[in-house]
Design a protein around this ligand. Structure first.
Ligand code: SF4
Length: 343
C-alpha cells in the first residue's frame, strides 16, 4: 500500500486490495479522465465515453448497471473487479441509464450529472439521490397505451393530407412536400419547432437533419422513447432558403397546429426556439428571456427553450436546455404522482 495525497491508503496489488478501496481508486481515475475531457471541451463522442465510464463505475459499485460494451480508456483501466459483494439490484439501473442519457445529449459537465452519478455509485447511496442531479426517468408507464385512440389517429392522418394539398400561404410554392409530424405523442410530450428545413422537405418528416439528431439525443436523455413524443412545426412547408416563416405564414398555418394540439391534448409542449414560441404564443419576446419559464397554450403548459440548431452552433447552451428538460420531467413526474394518489 502507498500513501495517497488525500491521506487514504491506495492499493497497489490487484489481488490483495479491498474491493471498496479499489472502487474509490477507480472512481478517482474516472473523474480525472472526465476533468481532462471537460477541460478540453470534449463533447459528442468523448461524452459517450463519459457515459460508459459512469455506467462502468456504477457497475463496479454493484448497482446493477449494465457493463460497458467497450473497454475503458487505458488510463482508467482497473484490475479485474472482484465479484460484487451482493446481488446487483435491478431497481438501481436507472442510475446509470440517467447518467448515460444525460451525457448522450452532451450537456452534462463533470461537475453535475455524470460526476454526481459516479459519486453516488461510489458512496452506495440510493438511486433516488442520483436522479436529482441526473435525469428523473420518465419511461412510458406500464400498461399505458402505445397508440393514440383510433379516432385521433384518423383525424391526424386526415389533417396531414389536408396540409399536403394546402395552398393557404405562399410557402406551398417552394415545397417538395408538406411536413406534418413524427411520433405518436403517447408520452404526453409534444415538441414544436418553427418549420421544415431542406432534409425535412426531402423526407416529409420534421427534425431529421443534424438538429433533429440532436433533438433525438435530448429525447433519449429524458429517457423517453423517440416515437413516444410528437414532433411538429408551426408551419408545415419549407420556407425558401430556410428563412424564418413570416408572421402571416404562421398565422395562416396555425389552424393545423391548433387542431393537432387539440387532438393530442399533451401534458407538456416544449417550444423550440423564438419563432416556435412566437407562432404558438403570439409573443415577440426573445427566447433568451423566455426560456425556462412556464407559459400556457390553451391550458397546456409550455416550456420555451433553445432550438437544437442553435445548440449545434452554441454547445454551451445545452446546459440551459437540460435544465428546461429536467423541469419538464419534474412536471410530468409530479403530474403522474398526483394522478396516482387516491381521491
Ligand atoms: S405552410 Fe401551412 S398554410 Fe402555408 S401552404 Fe403549407 S400547410 Fe398551407
Amino acid at each position: 500500500m502507498e500513501s495517497h495525497p488525500s491521506g487514504t491508503e491506495e492499493p497497489t496489488s490487484p489481488g490483495s486490495e479491498d474491493p471498496r478501496a479499489e472502487l474509490v481508486r477507480l472512481v478517482r481515475s474516472v473523474r480525472a479522465q472526465l476533468e481532462e475531457l471537460g477541460a478540453a471541451g470534449g463533447w459528442g463522442v468523448p461524452l459517450l465515453g463519459r457515459a460508459r465510464m459512469a455506467a462502468s463505475a456504477a457497475a463496479v459499485a454493484g448497482h446493477g448497471a449494465a457493463p460497458s460494451a467497450e473497454p475503458p480508456p487505458r488510463s482508467a483501466v482497473a484490475p479485474p473487479a472482484p465479484p460484487p459483494p451482493e446481488r446487483a439490484r435491478p431497481e438501481d439501473a436507472p442510475l446509470a441509464r440517467a447518467a448515460e442519457g444525460a451525457v448522450a445529449f452532451g450537456q452534462a459537465a463533470p461537475s453535475d450529472g455524470v460526476a454526481a452519478a459516479i459519486e453516488v455509485a461510489a458512496a452506495g447511496a440510493p438511486p433516488a439521490a442520483a436522479t436529482v442531479a441526473a435525469a428523473p426517468p420518465v419511461a412510458r408507464p406500464a400498461g399505458a397505451p402505445v397508440r393514440l385512440p383510433l379516432a385521433v389517429e384518423e383525424r391526424l392522418a386526415a389533417l396531414a393530407r389536408e396540409a399536403s394539398a394546402c395552398q393557404n400561404c405562399g410557402l406551398h410554392q417552394g415545397r417538395r412536400q408538406s411536413v406534418f409530424s413524427r411520433g405518436t405523442g403517447v408520452s404526453g410530450v409534444v415538441f414544436v419547432g418553427e418549420g421544415p428545413g431542406e432534409e425535412e422537405d426531402k423526407q416529409a418528416l420534421p427534425f431529421v437533419g443534424p438538429a433533429g439528431q440532436l433533438l433525438d439525443r435530448m429525447i433519449a436523455a429524458m429517457q423517453i422513447e423517440r416515437d413516444d413524443v410528437y414532433v411538429c412545426n408551426v408551419v408545415k412547408c419549407r420556407p425558401p432558403k430556410n428563412r424564418k416563416p413570416e408572421p402571416d405564414e404562421m398565422a395562416r398555418c396555425l389552424p393545423f397546429l391548433a387542431e393537432q394540439l387539440d387532438l393530442l391534448k399533451p401534458k407538456v409542449i416544449i417550444a423550440l426556439g423564438a419563432t416556435a414560441v412566437q407562432g404558438l404564443l403570439g409573443t415577440t419576446e426573445g427566447i433568451t428571456r423566455l426560456r425556462g419559464q412556464w407559459k400556457t397554450y390553451r391550458g397546456i403548459p409550455v416550456m420555451p427553450t433553445f432550438h437544437p440548431a442553435y445548440l449545434l452552433r452554441t454547445p454551451q447552451a445545452k446546459r440551459e436546455v437540460w435544465k428546461d428538460l429536467q423541469d419538464v420531467l419534474r412536471r410530468l413526474r409530479d403530474d403522474a404522482s398526483d394522478a396516482s394518489e387516491p381521491t
